[in-house]
Design a protein around this ligand. Structure first.
Ligand code: UD1
Length: 362
């Protein structure tokens, strides 16, 4: 039996690690311990995701909490090193592009422990994004790179990573989506918020480029406020966004509901029921593409180009006039139809486990 350490730290990690835990349960050759770094710690950002996605309780919690990038990354490294040194896992498995991903990859690699990166190869080619730095660092240190979409393979080959380290497994986030979809259809979460199916837009914003600059944030909120006079909007706010909006002292108009971070079921449900999704999240670009809901990405680029090529995603940037006119296009019925994306079929975690098994038992 070979032991894996699976690392999860922040909200999107929990959604990705869940199906891998399920696919590993009862495996004859691979065991695992889940390590929660504690990067996200609020109930709404962490505990509720464990419950709804049926993720086993973490065997280790590093409880690092928030801090600047350097402080948070350093704290994760300091606390993860003795865990790897003591448990001597066959591999450390990291997910996505958050600070916990890069920090734990660096620790494992220096202890000569192979790193497996789930969701390798994504690139926005925008090094002002902290996530882009995390992706580059993690991929360069990984021994097995599991990619979710065709661009991942292209980017890694362009960076000189050897083909035999890369496996196309598909998107584990979609495994989680498919698991909860029947519950979502039954619950119709939009009704809880007083909304009707197809009668509202869903907004999420948390990227530093959109929320950390007063002028940018004010202009975006102004545009969204005007949109909400024609199409009601619901905006579950990430803690960092809530804090920034409070600092601005901005009050939303009547059609603009600003709420606490929502549960996973509500997030998928609000995307399913929406006329349009306006977001700067990577995960929502993928989920809304899979659900076929038009997605307007409020960033100048995406590291997930397949959502534009085949999905419902349009890269809009954060110009307020562009936001308003794009929503009007959607309201007028001019929308982009989504097609199925290869390997986003609900079985990616099985392929992740098969690839790890082959890597560790050659
Ligand atoms: C992180 C990821 C981002 C991901 C996002 C999803 C990095 C670099 N960024 O960004 O890629 O899309 O998670 O949510 O890793 N906070 C709380 N409670 C929590 C967690 C955070 O109040 O449970 C607040 C703190 O004030 C903290 C701030 O949110 O300072 C930012 O949290 P942090 O984990 O540093 O980055 P995110 O913006 O959440």
């Amino acid at each position: 039996m070979k032991e894996l350490l699976l690392v999860a730290g922040a909200r999107p990690n929990f959604i990705k690690v869940a199906p891998v835990c399920h696919a590993l349960a009862g495996h004859p050759r691979l065991g695992f311990t889940l390590v929660h770094t504690g990067q996200h710690y609020d109930d709404a950002m962490s505990r509720r995701f464990f419950e709804v996605l049926d993720i086993p309780a973490p065997g280790v919690n590093l409880e690092v909490g928030s801090g600047s990038h350097a402080v948070q990354t350093a704290r994760i490294m300091e606390r993860f090193e003795p865990v790897v040194a003591e448990r001597k896992p066959a591999a450390v498995v990291v997910f996505g592009d958050v600070n916990s991903t890069a920090a734990c990859a660096l620790v494992a690699c220096k202890l000569n422990t192979p790193v497996v990166h789930v969701e390798a190869g994504l690139r926005s080619f925008d090094r002002t994004m902290p996530e882009e730095i995390n992706r580059i660092v993690t991929d360069v240190l990984s021994s097995l790179l599991l990619v979710s979409e065709p661009s991942g393979l292209r980017n890694l080959l362009n960076e000189g990573i050897s083909r035999d380290k890369i496996v196309e497994v598909g998107n584990v986030m979609i495994d989680s989506l498919q698991r909860v979809r029947p519950r979502v259809e039954a619950q119709q979460p939009w009704t809880t918020f007083g909304l009707s199916r197809g009668g509202y837009g869903l907004v999420t914003l948390h990227r530093p480029a959109n929320v950390d600059d007063d002028t940018v944030l004010k202009a975006l909120l102004g545009a969204l406020g005007r949109v909400s006079e024609k199409l009601p909007l619901i905006f579950p706010m990430h803690p960092r966004t809530r804090a920034r909006i409070q600092q601005l002292g901005w009050n939303p108009p009547a059609g603009f509901q600003m709420v606490e971070p929502v549960s996973y079921i509500d997030s998928i449900g609000l995307q399913l029921g929406a006329r349009v999704v306006l977001t700067d999240s990577g995960g929502l670009q993928e989920e809304s593409s899979c659900l076929g809901t038009p997605c307007l990405t409020l960033r100048p680029n995406t590291e997930r180009p397949v959502t534009v090529e085949l999905g419902s995603n349009i890269i809009l940037g954060n110009d307020p006039a562009a936001v308003e006119s794009a929503v009007h296009e959607v309201i007028a019925g001019r929308i982009k139809r989504a097609q199925p994306i290869p390997l986003w079929d609900g079985r990616a975690a099985e392929r992740v486990v098969a690839a790890m098994d082959a890597f560790l038992h050659p």
